[in-house]
Design a protein around this ligand. Structure first.
Ligand code: SF4
Ligand code: SF4
Length: 397
């Protein structure tokens, strides 16, 4: 295993940024938490924050439903006071949205918020508008709802696509039709320039982004988040637990509570959407939300993880040109994280299937030519993910 060359001193230096300055200044963190928890959820007791200009009051803990297939876990989350549920058109081939639709049927519409996502080819194809609208209509049908609270354009990859007039018009149209309350986009690459593009575009109310203690360009990102918050954009955090494991092989469960508390130390992050799939993991997330202030032990623990490889690829795309087959390495690394960190081979295969890779594409190389600037062992992970690509769907349902 390769270790990333960030030591504890580096980590503390990287933490001294706009949003994460609180990491080394506990009193500032406490002030941030106080400032944003003036309102408290009366049933759950955990803090709520305002999701930018949407005005939505959202508990700091929400549910990323992506991997959950047990409606009883959704029920437990809802009964615990979680009100915000995140899904996507593509999750579990639509079954994820269907499960939520069946669960929320008949429940007061103001007792929960739903965000879903629709993915599309980038650059845009000629039929983008009809395909996007049709896919979203299917999502609404599965959810059995007239509208969703937030629709994210899924996995936006560049500032250009964020500012693309056709994407903006498609979202505006759905808003005018009353099918979405708020528009947003998700991004995996944490590109600060995409946040600035969103400020410029003016249509995006919410951004869903990967946010965790392992991020390398944290200062740059936090400054962009602060600019976005100033402009009224609400921020939701995903990938908060860097793949859920303390090691690159996915053997030891990470301390999710410490990860979440670190995320909440940035007051501009309104809520986090960990993808819990069991009652135990839900309990763990709720316990963190009820005690959200970052502790010295959390800091010590996270600092020692900073120098290790873990499962989280920064999605920076800087290795892209090194692969002679021009494979989408960041997406493949994400699929690796799903398989070995989340232990979800189905989701991993779904992610790979969306990339339309030939099953034996890497066979052309004797050794992988990709060198990650962050010390991520790409070659090892390509070798480990290949069997997931080849296993039959029959064994993954
Ligand atoms: S082995 Fe590495 S360099 Fe070769 S095709 Fe696969 S990812 Fe690209
Ligand atoms: S493998 Fe490394 S260089 Fe490539 S996207 Fe991930 S972090 Fe960036």
């Amino acid at each position: 295993m390769k270790n990333k060359s960030v030591n504890r001193r580096d980590f503390l230096r990287l933490s001294a940024t706009a949003g994460a300055g609180a990491f080394i200044l506990p009193n500032t963190a406490a002030a941030a938490i106080q400032k944003t928890t003036a309102t408290t959820n009366s049933t759950s007791g955990f803090p709520v924050r305002t999701l930018g200009r949407t005005g939505i009051q959202v508990p700091i803990i929400s549910m990323g439903v992506m991997r959950a297939d047990n409606p009883n876990v959704v029920r437990a989350a809802y009964n615990s006071g979680i009100t915000f549920f995140d899904t996507a058109h593509g999750y579990q081939n639509g079954r994820n949205e269907e499960m939520l639709g069946n669960f929320f049927k008949g429940k007061p519409r103001d007792s929960f918020r739903i965000a879903t996502k629709v993915k599309f080819d980038q650059p845009l194809k000629d039929n983008f508008e009809t395909e996007f609208a049709d896919m979203f209509d299917i999502s609404l049908k599965r959810l059995q709802m007239d509208y969703v609270d937030i629709l994210y354009a899924h996995d936006m990859k560049s500032p250009e696509i964020v500012k693309d007039g056709r994407v903006i018009e498609a979202l505006k149209k759905l808003k005018a039709e009353g099918k979405i309350r708020h528009a947003g986009f998700s991004m995996h690459n944490n590109n600060a320039a995409q946040i600035d593009a969103a400020i410029e575009a003016g249509i995006y109310d919410v951004i869903l982004l990967s946010y965790n203690f392992k991020l390398e360009k944290l200062k740059e990102l936090d400054e962009a988040i602060a600019r976005g918050a100033e402009a009224g954009i609400g921020f939701v955090a995903m990938k908060t637990m860097t793949g859920g494991s303390e090691d690159a092989e996915g053997k030891t469960q990470i301390n999710g509570q410490a990860c979440l508390r670190w995320v909440w130390s940035n007051e501009h992050i309104a809520t986090a959407i960990p993808g819990f799939t069991s009652f135990d993991l839900l309990e763990d997330c709720l316990a963190a939300a009820q005690n959200p202030q970052l502790t010295p032990n959390d800091k010590e623990y996270l600092a020692q993880l900073c120098g290790q490889e873990l499962l989280y690829c920064q999605q920076c795309g800087k290795c892209q040109d090194q692969c002679p087959e021009n494979l989408p390495i960041p997406d493949i690394m994400r699929a690796y994280m799903y398989a070995y960190g989340y232990k979800n081979a189905g989701l991993s295969k779904e992610t790979l299937a969306e990339l339309n890779l030939a099953k034996d594409v890497c066979k052309k190389c004797d050794t992988c030519k990709v060198n990650c600037i962050s010390g991520f062992d790409v070659a090892g992970k390509i070798a480990a993910i290949t069997p997931v690509m080849q296993v039959s769907d029959v064994f993954l349902s």
